[in-house]
Unconditional design. Sequence first.
Length: 149
Amino acid sequence: MPEPAPPGRSARERLPQLCVGAVARRGRELLMVRRGNEPGRGLWSVPGGRVEWGETVRHAVERELAEETSLEGTCGDLVGWTEVMTPREHFVVLDHEVTLTGDDRPTAGSDATEAAWMDLEALPELPVVPGLVEFLERHGILGPPHPRP
C-alpha cells in the first residue's frame, strides 16, 4: 500500500510528475550528466528532467538534451520507463533513444554540473543515480549484470 502524500502539499503537488531521459550512444559510450539538483545531486545520469505543461514527451526529451548538454538531437523510440520515489516526490521517467544531429562534444548547462561521454563498461563503478545500471542492463544497453559491492 502506498504511503500517504507528505502533509502541507497541494493536491497537484501530490501527483506523480512526468519526466523524460535522453539515451544517446556513441559506439560503446553513453552520454551522461552529473546532476546539479535533487534527486541525485552529484550523481551521474542520462540527461533529462520534467515534462513542461503543454509540451510533448518528444519535445521534452530534445529540450532536456539541449539544456543539459548543449547538444541537439532527435527523439526516437522509448527505451523503457522507471519510477523514482523520494520521501517528498514521485517521478515517472520515460527514457527515449536519441540520435544526435550535430556536434557530439557536450558542455554542461542548466542543472547539470558536468556532461561527458562515459564508457558503458565503466558505469557500474561510477557514482550513478540509484537503479540506472539495472535499468540499462534490463533494456539491453549495458551488458550482462555486473556484481555490485
